[in-house]
Design a protein around this ligand. Sequence first.
Ligand code: ADP
Ligand code: MG
Length: 267
Amino acid sequence: MPALPLLQINNLQTEFSSHLGVVKAVDQVSFHLYPGETVAIVGESGSGKSVTSLSVLRLINSPPGNISGGEIMYQSRQYGMVDLLQLPEKQMQHIRGNEISMIFQEPMTSLNPVYTCGFQVREVLQWHKGLTKKEANEKTLALFEQVKLPRPDKILKSYPHEISGGQKQRVMIAMAMACNPAVLIADEPTTALDVTVQARILQLLDDLQQTHQTAILFITHDLGVVAEIADRVLVMYKGKIVEQGTVRQLFENPQHPYTKGLLACRP
Ligand code: ADP
Ligand code: MG
């Protein structure tokens, strides 16, 4: 492992306020991520996985949300070592567009239904990479090939509703990879897909990681997926990380009662 982590999160805290009071969705969370590593976050629904990942990119709307404490130290290509929580918004936008990408569970909420798939990936390349339309078109085609979309030339002209769920997720991955990110945050990217499509997407992420040394933060509630792809695992419960370790440590010798319960429920 290199000496320095790419991402080092210390005592992160994110709260939501409502008429019922304040909920600590992320409570004193600390973890790190090295280049080329896959770290999984597991935990039941509502345990704070998504809020953790959204907080890393500062995508929490305030109010009602508020990142109320901690630091997110990141080794940026552009700015060197920075605390993402202290970075001016303009630089944060650069990080979101060029260094840390995110893919979500439901591609339909991330792909715009009124633009073709090709247009949407091209936009990212023109906007963030300054490519001409022609260059962006060629690069989009190459990315669609890289994520093994069938008939990439046809997908280029297709609207999101015209392609399958697995294909939409591949378009999203192509879009996320368009900026060659140092970190890819994947929030349950395969949960909505059937098992064979899911396996292919996981294989694809693994290939991309081998080629680009991308660090992946993979959020899931599926322990089978964790066993397959993760180097290390963080277990979240009620906003806190209650246990972390290598996949092997966690599966063979779980410490926390919640982790033991999770493993006992495995099909
Ligand atoms: P997970 O991804 O592990 O299922 P989340 O991170 O989405 O869970 O949610 C953690 C907690 O934060 C939950 O209690 C949830 O109700 C709360 N929460 C998340 N987003 C919001 C929001 N936009 N407004 C209010 N509460 C929220
Ligand atoms: Mg979630």
